[in-house]
Design a binder for this molecule. Structure first.
Ligand code: NAD
Ligand code: DAU
Length: 340
């Protein structure tokens, strides 16, 4: 099978490419614009494999998408490319709308023209919005996104589904919970807390830190996507969760315990606007229809992730230089310290 992977230089996309090349016989063409979040260092372990090709480009570029599909004649596409960070989408919504909506539309049109056999659209549990305990969203739960990021993902999900309904295109949608693991860009909660803790910097916890997220090890997510790519039913949506819900503050305490750093590093700061209190989803459907299960226990996965950040301090230093500092100042500079 030949697969075009979009966004394969990012956190989850690169884990998927490493898995597809390392553990399957797939051929992979990775189309990535190399935004701040795209990093070819994530792919050095497989970059010379004859089944792998990298193409630098924008998924919004219709001519490029068309010529790439004509040249490569892929069997499938797995679409990860996105502006993926909620805080950045709040600071500046325009790139989110462009890539997540326009980019998805451009790929769907390319897939339609070239009669692609399988289009897996990678989405998120954030489209369901905040749920009161003990509710869990299944795939029929209403969409209720809160941020420009999650609204753009909900919009692109609906667009992808419309191509199944209208054009009978073989579209499948996955919605995963919060991923963590190696190569995670240190703007998201876990890699930011790990990399700050390792450098004895403050750990900025939004609001009271009691917001709940469900944590999914990135390789479990990638195996779930492979299961959907191979065995999912066309037109269907599949949730992929880690089955490990935790308040943010518990996650931060675990990071401090494993890194051996003091709790005094925790700094409560002004909350994220429109902050969703709790995400929770059921992955029953994927487990019923395939043999997929989340395998990684959270404490083991977090320990491995922290080991990776300790061992790869040069990677961290490179991605935290330059534009990262500007972003950090913009997102955290005006946040006031608040009491918990
Ligand atoms: P990421 O930000 O780490 O990587 C995004 C990648 O997309 C980067 O390599 C970037 O260069 C590329 N990209 C961005 N705009 C592009 C464009 N216009 N054209 C081509 N490439 C472009 O993101 P991630 O965390 O790996 O997330 C990947 C996907 O998974 C996203 O669609 C996201 O919505 C979804 N998702 C993420 C999570 C999570 O916890 N991170 C959970 C569920 C779903
Ligand atoms: O649920 C899936 C989603 O998970 C994905 O669709 C997104 O792409 C991904 O970024 C992630 O979104 P979140 O907003 O949940 O992730 P983030 O790591 O940014 O934040 C996790 C929680 O931690 C959230 O409640 C906000 C909080 N937080 C985050 C940061 C960066 C803090 O308290 N302090 C911080 O500095």
């Amino acid at each position: 099978m030949k697969v075009i992977v979009t966004g394969g230089a990012g956190f989850i996309g690169s884990a998927f490419v490493r898995m597809a090349i390392g553990e399957t016989d797939m051929h992979v063409v990775n189309l990535d614009k190399l935004t701040y979040a795209g990093n070819l260092e994530n792919l050095t372990s497989i970059e010379k494999d004859p089944r792998y090709r990298f193409v630098e480009g924008d998924i919004c570029d219709a001519a490029l998408v068309d010529s790439l599909m004509a040249e490569e004649k892929p069997d499938a596409m797995v679409h990860f490319a996105a502006e993926s960070h909620v805080d950045r989408s709040i600071l500046s919504p325009e790139p989110v709308i462009q890539t997540n909506l326009r980019g998805t539309f451009t790929l769907l049109e390319g897939a339609r023209k070239h009669r692609l056999k399988r289009f897996v659209h990678v989405s998120t549990d954030e489209v369901y919005g905040s749920l009161e305990a003990p509710l869990e969203a299944d795939e029929n739960y209403p969409l209720n996104p809160s941020s420009p990021y999650s609204a753009s993902k909900a919009g692109s999900d609906l667009l992808a589904r419309s191509y199944f309904v209208t054009y009978k295109m073989p579209v499948l949608i996955t919605r995963a919970s919060n991923n963590y693991g190696p190569y995670h860009f240190p703007e998201k909660l876990i890699p930011l807390m790990i990399s700050n803790a390792l450098e004895d910097r403050p750990l900025p916890v939004y609001g009271d830190g009691q917001q709940v997220r469900d944590w999914l090890y990135v390789d479990d997510h990638c195996r779930g996507i492979l299961a959907v790519l191979r065995g999912g039913r066309e037109g269907q949506i599949y949730n992929i969760g880690g089955n490990r819900s935790l308040p943010n503050l518990d996650v931060v305490h675990k990071v401090l315990a494993i890194t051996g750093k003091p709790e005094s590093l925790i700094q409560y700061v002004t909350d994220r606007p429109g902050h969703d209190r709790r995400y929770a989803l059921s992955s029953e459907k994927l487990m019923r229809e395939t043999s997929w299960r989340p395998l990684m226990d959270f404490e083991t996965g977090l320990g491995r992730t922290i080991d990776w950040y300790r061992t790869n301090s040069a990677w961290v230093a490179r991605v935290r230089s330059g534009a990262y500092r500007t972003y950090y100042e913009k997102n955290y500079g005006n946040r006031e310290a608040v009491s918990s």
